[in-house]
Design a protein around this ligand. Structure first.
Ligand SMILES: Nc1ncnc2c1ncn2[C@@H]1O[C@H](COP(=O)(O)OP(=O)(O)O)[C@@H](O)[C@H]1O
Ligand SMILES: Cc1ncc(COP(=O)(O)OP(=O)(O)O)c(N)n1
Length: 269
């Protein structure tokens, strides 16, 4: 039996809604073998981030090498990378193992405001990692930082996507969660055309980890050999189901329901 293999290089969320934990749950739900390299441990729950403990560059590289020299990966997702040193080391590993299906989720700030990327690491992200990305999945505030512009209108989002493509990312998904439109739209740009993925904006506070989950679903589909457009379409349906099938866990911004998509596929209510 051959199975797609996906690697996530990201931070650990003790609360289980975002980071490595969200990624591995999503890989499993989309029938892909999941592997991880942890960059930092966070003490986190639905109320916020209570501590950030980065791992050494050596520890990150050793984990990636263990995977690259044995199991291999059909697609790789990066999430919280924390420092320019980790970004540079991760980029070198990606080149060394000739991994091509790279999904970069440029995680910067958690919902509660905690910084998950040092300010001085933004330049390293742009210089080393963006040119390796098959897909980059910024939310609006992240796109503003990376494209160096403010984003108010849909036209601004298209312009930001063009700028990020010029920085080397082959595909850009401008996520629309932070927008205000009633029909929420994520926009894919491949350097030639824009494709719009629309969905109902759910009114809920339980959206912790939506960005991680969405990017992990894109990664899982790429690991199965699907096209980027197909991967984004599936990821949109996956996250929509995960938000709609509300769990109500914790007293703050709760996690999404990672098994809701499978339930729908099987026709389970
Ligand atoms: N309230 C919502 N209703 C439906 N989909 C949402 C909602 N909030 C976010 N999403 C979806 O979740 C994904 C992540 O969106 P976004 O909030 O922009 O990113 P992040 O979680 O990185 O801040 C996107 O696919 C977006 O369309
Ligand atoms: C360890 C870790 N990584 C990433 C995030 C950010 O997750 P995201 O999907 O953007 O969701 P919110 O945190 O914004 O709800 C995180 N919190 N922790």
């Amino acid at each position: 039996m051959t199975i797609g293999k996906a690697l996530t290089i990201a931070g650990s969320d003790s609360g289980g809604g975002a980071g490595i934990q969200a990624d591995l749950k999503t890989f499993q739900e989309l029938n892909v073998f999941g592997m991880s390299a942890i960059t930092a441990v966070t003490a986190q729950n639905t109320l916020g981030v209570h501590g950030v403990y980065p791992l050494s560059v050596e520890a990150v590289v050793k984990q990636i090498e263990a995977i690259g020299t044995d199991l291999g990966a059909d697609a790789v997702k990066t999430g919280m990378l924390f420092s320019s040193e980790i970004i540079q080391a991760v980029s070198e590993c990606i080149i060394r193992f000739k991994w091509e299906n790279i999904v970069v989720d440029p995680v910067m700030i958690a919902k509660g405001g905690a910084s998950l990327l040092q300010n001085e690491a933004i330049a390293a992200l742009k210089k080393h990692l963006l040119p390796l990305a098959m897909v980059i999945t910024p939310n609006i505030p992240e796109a503003e930082v990376l494209a160096d512009m403010s984003i108010d209108t849909i036209d601004d989002r298209l312009e930001a996507a063009k700028r990020l493509h010029q920085l080397g990312a082959k595909h850009v998904v401008m996520k629309g969660g932070h927008g205000r439109e009633e029909e929420l739209v994520d926009i894919l740009y491949d350097g030639v055309e824009f494709t719009y993925f629309k969905g109902k904006r759910m009114v809920t506070k339980n959206t912790h980890g939506t960005g991680c989950t969405f990017a992990a679903a894109v990664t899982a589909e790429l690991a199965k050999g699907k096209s980027v457009k197909h991967a984004v379409e599936t990821a949109k349906r996956f996250i929509q189901a995960a938000i709609e099938d509300d769990l109500e866990i914790g007293s703050g911004h709760g996690p999404t329901n990672h098994w809701a998509y499978q339930k729908r596929q099987r026709g389970v209510k």
